[in-house]
Design a protein around this ligand. Structure first.
Ligand SMILES: [Zn+2]
Length: 118
């Protein structure tokens, strides 16, 4: 079953310190493709930027290597969530504009991701 209507509670503010995720994966709005993400699906894990930020706070001398290790499984988690969301028709990343339009039912998501079953 694909999700077709959206409410506020389907999303939360996307807070990725220093746009780390954008730099790491070049994430874009799942709906329109612009690179200004304002919201993320409610089932999304903590952002990589937040994780990195907390790690720095805890240990300002953390090495890049340690940091890479630290974000390894969260990155996997994000990929899983994104795959799952595309399978149920939920955009993982949305910009301000698409967020409003989704909530107002002005745009409909059809086949996010590349799956073309049926
Ligand atoms: Zn958008």
């Amino acid at each position: 079953m694909k999700k077709t209507t959206f409410i506020k509670e389907d999303f939360k503010k996307f807070e990725d310190n220093k746009n780390v995720m954008m730099q790491l994966f070049g994430i874009t709005c799942s709906v329109c493709g612009i690179d200004e993400i304002a919201y993320t699906a409610i089932n999304a894990p903590k952002t990589i930027g937040q994780i990195a930020h907390e790690a720095y706070e805890e240990n300002p001398d953390i090495s890049d290597e340690e940091l890479d290790k630290l974000i390894e499984s969260p990155i996997k988690l994000w990929q899983e969530v994104d795959d799952y969301n595309s399978s149920i028709g939920v955009p993982t990343f949305v910009c301000d504009n698409c967020y409003d339009q989704l909530l107002n039912n002005e745009i409909h998501i059809s086949n996010i991701g590349q799956e073309e079953e049926e």
